[in-house]
Write a protein that binds this ligand. Structure first.
Ligand code: HEC
Length: 432
């Protein structure tokens, strides 16, 4: 990536801010054994170990030393670990957030800047124990839907995308309490795997986003009393992003479901909704283009996760809430209020990450709120993923076309429940 190289050349100018309020302070005279190994264990090794998805292991000093400069570059730019949400805007508390604190980044920089020393091996933490790659995190599924036959990924070449619809012949509506997608074979080459629910192949062949597998991402286990609805007749669409690693590999992926007992519907039905689609995208060659789309919430809602969606020209996306005017029918309406919920300012093509909000800060929004999604596409040659900056691009399903919308996971509330939750949050805030 030319842009990264340029920054690396000036990396001493990249001052990493360390806020006084932050509990951990960066290590000085950092060594691998004492200061860096614990960070790699927590945030990197799940992917950077033999048999997993990353190109090299980062388990030992010998593994990590040759990569020291590259490690510094990737963590300072917050490209690694993959978690590209903007930390300075909107909501900053998420479930299973793997990202590094500013102090951890400063520790890694300090280590690299004074020669990446090993230090005393006695300071090493005990090696991290990993759960088996093929373990279901939701417990034994009640139902498993698998690809009918493995896909043979060739040994070498470019990344591939593989799509297949499976009809599990669901004869009745099902309520899902927990859902997980994971490879049965081919862990080392499955970069990520999405499952979608296709309710009506004519109307919407891509379907509704259901769940995503990526290394280190565990299952979606819904809060008690909440679940996801799978309508009778739905098909499961698998979308795999595969990354050849030198050996021909058979890849098979399954979806595991824990279900609510027959006849027991949860109170809150969670689902995932396209928000802010722009159907008439117009992205001229060589330009950065902004587009705006909107979705009005018909009822009060809790938004539980945000996932920006675009293709190779994707650059950034923000989601804001435009609140309904509380005094709309008064003689002096307004002022209108809006709030930025989340931005991904540094999108990395190939990492379609879902950002699940921590429950106590998940957006709790009144009926009539407009979700405003702003998307920026970069169709210039500064975008390292751009397959052809000389082409005009419009809306379409193919990877060479573009899209702009957010997958938003949410569930609706009734008015009384909404008011109660608003009160509970006010009280929790007052206690702080
Ligand atoms: C979710 C899996 C995952 C996690 C977690 C992760 N990486 Fe990576 N890393 C990858 C993959 C896959 C690549 C290959 C490039 C890509 O796909 O973006 C990569 C590439 C890299 C590279 C560039 C290698 C090259 O060939 O130039 C470095 C350096 C790196 N990672 C360091 C780290 C560090 C340091 C951490 C933790 C702070 C980390 N990664 C966490 C999956 C991961």
């Amino acid at each position: 990536m030319p842009a990264n190289r340029w920054l690396l050349g000036f990396s001493t100018l990249l001052v990493v801010p360390v806020f006084a309020a932050e509990p951990a302070t960066p290590a000085r005279d950092a060594t691998f054994s004492k200061d860096v190994a614990p960070i790699l264990q927590r945030a990197c090794q799940n992917c950077h170990r033999p048999g997993s998805i990353a190109p090299m292991a980062l388990l030992t000093y010998q593994d990590a030393r040759p990569w020291a400069r590259s490690i510094k570059e990737k963590v300072v730019l917050r490209v690694m670990p993959p978690w590209h949400i903007d930390r300075n805007v909107g909501i900053s508390k998420f479930k299973d957030d793997p990202s590094l604190s500013d102090a951890e980044i400063a520790t890694i920089s300090n280590w690299v800047d004074h020669g990446a020393p090993e230090g005393n091996p006695k300071d090493l933490p005990p090696p991290r124990q990993f759960s088996d790659l093929d373990k279901w995190h939701i417990g034994k599924p009640d139902l498993i839907v698998s690809m009918p036959r493995p896909y043979k990924l060739k040994a070498n070449g470019q990344d591939e995308y593989y799509d297949i619809d499976v009809d599990p012949h669901f004869t009745e509506d099902l309520y899902v309490a927990a859902v997980e997608t994971k490879p049965d074979t081919g862990f080392a080459v499955v970069h990520h795997a999405d499952t979608n629910l296709v309710e009506d192949p004519e109307e919407d062949p891509v379907g509704l986003f259901l769940n995503e597998y990526a290394v280190g991402k565990n299952a979606d286990i819904f809060p008690s009393n909440a679940g996801r609805l799978i309508r009778a007749g739905s098909k499961i669409h698998f979308n795999l992003h595969l990354h050849p690693d030198g050996k021909e590999t058979p890849v098979s992926v399954s979806l595991g479901l824990k279900l609510y007992p027959k006849g027991a519907a949860p109170k809150y039905v969670a689902f995932t909704q396209h928000m802010g689609d722009v159907a008439d995208l117009d992205i001229p060659a060589g330009q950065v283009v902004r587009s705006d789309g909107y979705f009005r919430l018909p009822k009060p809602a809790v938004l539980s996760a945000f996932q920006p969606h675009f293709h190779t020209r994707g650059k950034a996306q923000c989601m804001e809430a435009i609140y309904p005017d509380v005094r709309a029918d008064s003689a002096r309406p307004g002022p209108a209020r809006s709030e930025t919920l989340s931005c991904v300012s540094n999108y990395q093509f190939g990492w379609s990450l879902t950002y699940p909000y921590a429950e106590d800060v998940a957006p709790l929004l009144p009926a009539g709120t407009v979700i405003h999604v702003t998307t920026w596409h970069d169709n210039t040659d500064h975008n390292p993923h751009n397959p052809n900056p000389k082409n005009w691009v419009g809306y379409g399903q193919r990877t060479i076309d573009e899209m702009s919308f957010a997958w938003v996971s949410l569930y609706y509330l009734d008015e009384a429940d909404y008011q109660q939750r608003v009160q509970a949050r006010r009280m929790a805030q007052a206690r702080k």
